[in-house]
Design a binder for this molecule. Structure first.
Ligand code: FPP
Ligand code: MG
Length: 422
């Protein structure tokens, strides 16, 4: 049965077509990853036929599906050869210049992000105010707002709209960070985490009840800001994120006996828990400047594919990074009973892991044993490779836009997502 679950990736992942695990690395990426939930009634992770995809900016002719031939991505013992931008058929930059650093490029739009968020969080109760402001101290990665403002500018240029961000687009950047932070405040209660962003978590300092209320308050401030944008399509798109976050977190509480279902469940959970926020925030800023659903879909697809890659890398870092680097406990997933990508891949090589996964690593010694299996397997490399394939799809999607420094920075961002160590 080895690899039969992997077949489900054809439907739920970045378009994989293989029946045996070692072959996966040759067979990824023949088809696109996922399609927007709103597109043609397909679930967000199902593949759209290549024939349905058209270039939006014909001069660049980026529409061709990446030609990921076996010679490019054949797996070598102990190492992986990754396709480059060129092998994706994507032009790397709008000029020959090196793509601008995404963080520098987004800086001008995000200079007062945290101050503006704190204004949204203003409340007369001093303690509640303090709790709500606690994580908006500039120590987060702010990856979501960065993606949102870069996408907004790329979309504006694509739509021939010169000048600054639209006010609503900037508010979406703030909202993305607020929803994300609210979800983390709740997540730390669920996970019993005592650390976040290099400091004690809210639940650790003030207790679970106040933490839950602080998360609720941040979420309520985000929804008020969303309503103020005054665009019902945007409200609908961003509201979906909240449902997905809750459902993704709920899915994480359960596990599947069957290996096929387990991987499908993992990818769907990953989409809902992490990628939906990026996908829908990107879509929201595109809706504000363009009325073309095909353009909205590009924004959505970029955010979704980067989002899934981001979470896959997060799952890898849980095995490869120290607690100090992460600013939160390492090996946390195993301790929480969670079987993420590296474990699921490792289970292919070491079926002994199946029983541990099913009992959620709850017996004495399970966490250590699972950790050893993962490190002896190529689960970390396979998960990293999978993340890379999602990034390639993100690049392929965003490359359909008119060239701009921001579009190229979004391409560059995929590398940063893949290579981050915290
Ligand atoms: C972090 O996961 C958690 C999330 C990305 C989402 C959590 C969502 C909820 C708690 C649902 C409630 C949502 C709202 C909007 C209030 P992790 O535990 O894998 O990451 P970590 O290691 O950073 O804790
Ligand atoms: Mg957590």
């Amino acid at each position: 049965m080895a690899g039969s679950w992997w077949m489900c990736c054809r439907r739920f992942g970045a378009g994989f077509a293989t029946s045996r695990l070692p072959d996966t690395l040759r067979c990824f990426g023949r088809r696109s990853a996922c399609s927007s939930a709103s597109s043609a009634g397909r679930p967000p992770w199902s593949s759209a036929p290549a024939s349905e995809r058209r270039p939006l900016f014909p001069a660049q002719s980026h529409s061709r599906a990446p030609d990921l031939g076996a010679s490019v991505i054949r797996r070598h013992p102990g190492s992986l050869l990754y396709p480059t931008l060129q092998t994706c058929g994507c032009r790397a930059t709008h000029s020959d210049a090196k793509p601008r650093d995404p963080f520098t490029l987004a800086q001008k739009d995000l200079a007062s992000l945290y101050d503006d968020i704190k204004k949204e969080l203003f409340v007369a109760t001093a303690e509640l105010q303090y709790l709500c402001d606690y994580y908006f101290d500039g120590r987060g990665k702010a990856i979501r707002p960065i993606i949102v403002v870069l996408m907004a500018r790329a979309m504006n240029i694509h739509s021939n709209r010169a000048g600054d961000l639209l006010p609503g687009q900037r508010v979406i950047a703030m909202i993305s960070e607020m929803i994300h932070t609210a979800s983390l405040v709740h997540d730390d209660v669920i996970d019993g985490s005592d650390e976040r962003r290099g400091k004690k978590s809210i639940n650790e300092v003030w207790g679970e009840r106040k933490a839950i209320l602080a998360g609720d308050f941040i979420l309520s401030a985000a929804t008020k800001a969303l309503a103020r944008i005054g665009n019902s399509a945007v409200v609908k798109v961003v509201s979906q994120v909240i449902e997905d976050l809750v459902r993704g977190e709920f899915m994480q509480l359960g596990s599947k006996e069957n290996e096929n279902e387990r991987f499908k469940h993992y990818l769907e959970k990953t989409y809902k828990k992490t990628a939906s926020l990026m996908a829908h925030s990107c879509k929201a800023v595109s809706i504000l400047v363009s009325s073309d659903p095909e353009v909205h879909e590009i924004a959505y697809q970029y955010g979704k594919n980067v989002g899934i890659a981001f979470q896959l890398v997060d799952d890898v870092l849980d095995f490869t990074s120290g607690a100090e680097q992460l600013g939160k406990p390492a090996a946390a997933d195993l301790k929480l009973g969670l079987a993420t990508g590296p474990v699921l891949f490792a289970c292919q090589q070491f079926p002994e892991l199946h029983a541990l996964i099913m009992r959620r690593f709850s017996s004495k010694g399970d966490v250590d044993l699972a950790w050893q299996y993962v490190l002896q397997s190529d689960g970390v490399q396979q998960t990293t490779y999978l993340a890379r394939r999602y990034c390639e799809e993100a690049i392929r999607q965003i490359s359909r836009l008119r060239p701009s420094p921001e579009r190229d920075a979004l391409i560059r961002l995929t590398e940063i997502v893949l290579n981050r160590d915290k």
